[in-house]
Design a protein. Structure first.
Ligand SMILES: [Zn+2]
Length: 351
């Protein structure tokens, strides 16, 4: 922590994007320090591949891989009030959290995310819960793990990490080094709870997601890592990052799988997959689209895509290059079940 390292400043010293502005391209990335951002070979050298054995076994199976669907949507259906921190339900309503996970396991999901999207100390601090990071994240991992084991299932437990909730300096106030520390704290608790992998999602800022990756690597150098950003602003992230820039940077920082999640529905995410595939044919691509464009009804976001629509979209994602496919906001176990059926049918005819 005391020894300053060049890679800790962020992708480059001058990068600072406002919404809609063009971010620095991956060509401007600093050289990547493999001790901070180990690639697959470096990670095998650390632990002989032990940490990623379950992940490797999943990838070795042929065909598409189904992730899960929305957590927040299901929590609202179960009575969570707008503005309440969902992570508290890991402690107060563990049976509800387990039941939501069970729904996705029964729908055929092979990678499920813990209920920890906002489980970092900055977001929890908005509810004066900043001292509960370890407890909330660890409990979430244990809940999902026990549900998977009860099901006798081979599904993987992914520790979910969302954005910090703060804007990175110099536009905002969050210093890169502090961001690394915030994400390392959350990742450490998820790892203590026994997750198989970490899934960093819904990111808009390359500097922030780099800090999150560095934080994960600080506590778990060998763990598999999925990273997805949200391309909801005319084909870019809110901070101006293109799919091409994202996939090249995230690959350089050692992500095992890369893609998009959330946003305005599958019509937005299919071209993101194609663009990523175009510049990174070797990368394992991930798609987790919202169930259509969010509409505001009575101050709540409503998603109208049917299970049939999401099933068709899942096949489109697959054709565009995604191997790991799931749903984000608005998607329920019914959506995921339909998607699974369509993906399996597509795979068996060689789509
Ligand atoms: Zn979403």
């Amino acid at each position: 922590m005391t020894e300053p390292r060049r890679t800790r400043r962020g992708p480059d010293g001058t990068r600072h994007s406002a919404p809609g502005r063009v971010d620095a391209g991956p060509g401007l990335l600093e050289p990547v320090d493999p001790s901070v951002f180990p690639d697959r070979a470096a990670r095998r050298a650390i632990d002989g591949g032990a940490r990623s054995a379950r992940w490797t076994a999943l990838l070795d199976q042929a065909g598409p891989i189904l992730a899960d669907g929305a957590m927040g949507t299901m929590l609202f259906l179960n009575g969570l009030q707008f503005g309440d921190p969902p992570e508290v339900w890991n402690l107060t309503q563990p049976e509800v959290i387990r039941r939501i996970h069970r729904g996705y396991l029964e729908a055929g999901s092979q990678i499920l995310l813990t209920n920890t999207f906002g489980g970092n100390r900055l977001r929890l601090g908005l509810h004066r819960l900043e001292s509960r990071v370890a407890e909330l994240n660890q409990t979430a991992a244990i809940l999902l793990r026990s549900e998977v084991e009860t099901a006798g299932n081979q599904a993987l437990v992914a520790g979910d990490i969302g954005p910090s909730g703060a804007i990175m300096a110099p536009v905002g106030t969050l210093d890169y080094e502090e961001a690394v520390d915030v994400f390392a704290e959350q990742a450490g608790a998820l790892v203590d709870g026994g997750v198989d992998l970490i899934w960093i999602e819904t990111m808009s800022d390359l500097t922030e997601i780099k800090a999150a990756i560095e934080g994960v690597r600080r506590v778990a150098p060998g763990i598999p890592l999925i990273t997805t950003m949200t391309f909801d602003t005319r084909g870019r992230t809110m901070m101006g990052v293109t799919p091409e820039q994202a996939v090249e940077a995230l690959r350089a920082w050692g992500s095992d799988a890369i893609g998009g999640n959330c946003g305005n529905g599958p019509d937005e995410l299919v071209p993101v997959m194609s663009q990523m595939r175009g510049v990174a044919p070797d990368v394992l691509l991930v798609s987790k689209s919202n169930a259509g464009m969010p509409e505001l009804v009575d101050m709540r976001a409503v998603y109208r895509a049917s299970p049939e629509t999401m099933a068709l979209a899942a096949v489109e994602m697959q054709v565009a290059g995604a191997r790991i496919v799931g749903g984000c906001c608005g998607s329920t176990p019914d959506h995921l079940r339909a998607m699974r059926a369509a993906l399996v049918a597509g795979a068996s005819v060689g789509a």
